[in-house]
Design a protein around this ligand. Structure first.
Ligand code: APR
Length: 249
């Protein structure tokens, strides 16, 4: 399709000519690694919306249910591998073009692909923390118990992720907004752009004069403001743009 090819060429030019490129990613970049998104097709676990499970209230009401959702996700994440879209960002960083990846994802696939400067806004599903004493532990596999308990104080452990209604890690959020104000091009990949405050980051970058490249098979919150709108999946984008940029992913 002429429109898409032309869009890809414009995106490649923006990336090549950028002096400070920053990426902003969401669940869609990991979809082709087999990790379901939260919204859109295939985005629901049983009949629950994430807003009904990923909250402190849901955990207080029914920790078993919340843990069973997370264990399902953890099982998928622990066996997932980075895809060419994650690798594209790592290669662009290695070449000095990309300065940071700001991600809403909790799957660690950016680091697994080799990205060094990753700003994780929503925590990590590979870590648990105690709801009482703050004990934290990196996991090597999903916990086997229905209700994992803190080895230090015996209270409940929870995934070390940010739930609805909870503040984002302050330092990561500040760093993300700093990068957004510094960048001249922001590459947005695979996010619906509806969960605040993260969703405001590309809007902030745009307001500061950055050009936005928006990669998503569906329209999203940035469709009206993006400078280049690429209606395609992350992996197709990565393969096509890397050819235009003359790099291997
Ligand atoms: N490539 C690119 N984008 C894709 C692909 C793909 N293969 N498949 C789906 N998408 C797009 C969808 O069109 C959608 O716009 O990815 C987006 C996924 O949206 P969400 O599921 O809302 O994920 P995200 O934007 O990361 O959600 C934000 O909500 O519950 C939370 O904390 C969770 O960090 C998450 C936050």
């Amino acid at each position: 399709m002429g429109g898409l090819e032309e869009g890809l060429r414009r995106a490649a030019r923006l990336i090549e000519e950028s002096s400070y490129l920053v990426a902003f990613t969401g669940a869609g970049i990991s979809a082709e690694s087999g990790i379901p998104t939260f919204r859109g097709a295939g985005g629901l676990w049983k009949k629950y919306r994430p807003e009904d499970l990923a909250t402190p209230e849901a955990f207080a009401r029914n920790p078993r249910l919340v843990w069973s959702w997370y264990k399902w996700r953890m099982n998928i994440v622990f066996s997932a591998k980075p895809n060419p879209a994650h690798r594209l960002l790592a290669v662009l960083e290695e070449r000095g073009v990309l300065k940071a990846v700001i991600t809403q994802n909790v799957d660690n696939l950016h680091r697994a692909a080799g990205s060094k400067r990753v700003i994780e806004l929503h925590g990590s599903i590979r870590r648990v923390r105690c709801i009482a004493c703050g004990f934290k532990e990196e996991l090597r596999e999903p916990p086997s118990e229905d209700l994992p308990k803190c080895p230090s104080c015996g209270s409940l452990l929870r995934p070390d992720v940010v739930w609805f209604g909870e503040p984002l890690p302050g330092e990561a959020l500040e760093e993300a907004f700093r990068e957004a104000s510094r960048c001249d091009v922001m590459l947005v990949v695979g996010t619906s752009g509806v969960v605040e405050p993260a969703a405001s980051i590309p809007v902030y970058a745009k307001a500061g004069g950055a050009a936005l490249i928006n990669v998503n098979p569906e329209p999203n919150a940035y469709t009206g403001i993006a400078d280049v709108e690429l209606r395609m999946k992350a992996v197709e984008f990565a393969l096509k743009i890397s050819r235009l940029l003359g790099i291997e992913v």
